[in-house]
Design a protein around this ligand. Structure first.
Ligand SMILES: Nc1ncnc2c1ncn2[C@@H]1O[C@H](COP(=O)(O)OP(=O)(O)OP(=O)(O)O)[C@@H](O)[C@H]1O
Length: 482
């Protein structure tokens, strides 16, 4: 408790600089709303607004209570009672189910935020504000808070004119996300590190003051991604498919992402991770006929079968697959796919774009491409004789070489591409008119392919263990004949 309050005070100070302008705006809105209210409505009006807001609060609590169900029988019973009697979710119950202010015993709580070093805004959306915090010991984390200036808060304030109540309402989305992050742990879901309820002097859940602590990533930049090598774009798509496969078979049932956009993802050490989990569906819709199971997209509609149990079976999975196709695969997969793999890429584009494959089949197709790409089998038609035109210098590297640029290169300065072998590098060098040598330094990409550096002239050779330089014989300057 003491820790919690000290952390509250400290973090409040740091975050204050980021939030102050946001708060002022919200308070102004609130203030003007209140003035209007006192002029135009009476006490009765105020009470009816409060009871309308209470209805919303009750709905939100009901929505998250099932997620609190714990394998521990006692907690289950407590929660069932709460659900049956339709009680509010007060802070003592919250602390009871979430482990005395901590998400898990092994996770960070308010005390971790005691020595927050620096804060910068990482992003914001309709509901949440995300800031970077450098903790004592140098660890960087992302903190998610209610976005006081977001659309959710503004809309609530406009409707109900109740700052405290609105904070509480919006913060349930944050708590829902936290509970989902606890239940849906996967390498492609952002890692929850803990939470602190009661920051900024509030009263935990009831005060709408919850800070979720999670691993920090970099917001996904689609434009930037479009300029990266195919291998990295393929990785993003593969990660996404692994995630969707997990969501289809998750402990909560088949999970559908209702707000599926690139901005819901971040990159952590090259890996794609889902960070926005407040808008998901863990149930398939009920139906009476197939006509009740229509998946609507801006340019396509799909009708799915209504099962004999009266549910649109597989609807969440199909929605996820088509969104992955339209927001990710179309932009990232086909462009510059390796020639030996294009037929497999085309097959994926077709089967996901037409919703012909389920997530198991889609994942299989992706893993097959990865296997072929790593093994280099798709390059079998490159004859070993392609290397005859090159002299190899082992344990050598080059210095003072004239580089040329190519696209998309791993280096801005020169032409650095990934290859399976010297044979593939020779094939690439032959296709670049400027290329007269290439070197393999032993550096590898995420798939284990080698990074090759292509150059237009030789410069000097210098000894370097593990490196190899290949000189194109036809371009080596010949000594003048005597
Ligand atoms: N762990 C993280 N590391 C870095 N940036 C993050 C992280 N989590 C979220 N962000 C950034 O913050 C933004 C807002 O977060 P989030 O999507 O959870 O909020 P939201 O209010 O639900 O957004 P939306 O309006 O898109 O639904 C994200 O678009 C992302 O760019």
């Amino acid at each position: 408790m003491g820790h919690s309050l000290r952390a509250a005070a400290l973090l409040a100070l740091v975050v204050l600089s980021v939030l102050v302008s946001l708060l002022i705006t919200s308070l102004k809105q609130f203030g003007s709303g209140s003035t209007r209210l006192s002029n135009s409505t009476d006490q009765e009006g105020l009470a009816s607004l409060r009871s309308a807001l209470d209805l919303h609060l009750r709905e939100r609590r009901k929505e998250i209570l099932p997620l609190l169900l714990h394998p521990d029988g006692d907690k289950d019973r407590v929660l069932e009672e709460v659900l049956e009697q339709n009680y509010g979710l007060d802070s003592s119950l919250w602390n009871e189910v979430s482990g005395s202010g901590k998400a898990h015993r092994d996770q960070m709580g308010c005390e971790s935020l005691l020595d927050v070093r620096a804060v910068e805004v990482l992003g914001s959306g309709y509901t949440k504000l995300v800031v970077k915090a450098n903790l004592a010991g140098g660890q960087s984390v992302a903190l998610k808070l209610v976005n006081e200036q977001g659309i959710d808060m503004s809309k609530c304030l406009e409707d109900f004119k109740d700052l405290q109540g609105c904070r509480e309402l919006v913060s349930y989305k944050l708590q829902k996300e936290m509970l989902l992050l606890q239940r849906l742990r996967h390498p492609n879901v952002i890692q929850l590190k803990g939470h602190c309820s009661g920051l900024q002097g509030g009263e935990g859940v009831e005060g709408g003051r919850v800070t979720v602590i999670m691993e920090q990533g970099t917001p996904l930049q689609m434009i930037q991604l479009l300029q990266t090598p195919w291998e990295d774009r393929f990785r993003v798509c593969l990660d996404l498919v692994r995630l969707l496969h997990f969501l289809s078979w998750s402990p909560l049932g088949s999970v559908g992402l209702l707000d599926f956009q690139p901005r819901q993802f971040v990159i952590v050490s090259g890996q794609l991770k889902l960070t926005d989990l407040d808008d998901v569906s863990t149930e398939e819709p009920a139906c009476r006929t197939d006509a009740d199971c229509v998946l609507q997209f801006p340019h396509r509609n799909f009708t799915l079968p209504c099962s004999s149990q009266g549910v649109c079976e597989g609807l969440n999975e199909k929605r996820n697959i088509y969104n992955a196709y339209r927001f990710f695969f179309t932009y990232l997969l086909p462009h510059q796919a390796p020639p030996g793999l294009t037929h497999l890429v085309d097959h994926i584009m077709n089967s996901t774009g037409e919703l012909k494959a389920n997530i198991n089949q889609t994942l299989e197709a992706f893993e097959r491409i990865l296997l072929l790409y790593k093994s280099g089998i798709h390059l079998d038609n490159l004859h070993p004789s392609i290397l005859r035109d090159y002299s190899v210098m082992r344990d050598m590297s080059t210095s003072g070489n004239v580089e040329y640029r190519c696209w998309p290169s791993y280096s801005q300065q020169g032409c650095v591409l990934s290859v399976h072998s010297a044979r593939e590098a020779a094939y690439i060098c032959n296709s670049h008119s400027h290329c007269s040598s290439f070197s393999l330094t032993g550096q590898k990409t995420w798939t284990g392919r080698l990074l090759a550096s292509f150059r237009s002239s030789f410069g000097h050779l210098v000894p370097e263990g593990g490196s190899e330089v290949y000189l194109k014989k036809s371009k080596v300057p010949q000594p003048p004949s005597s």
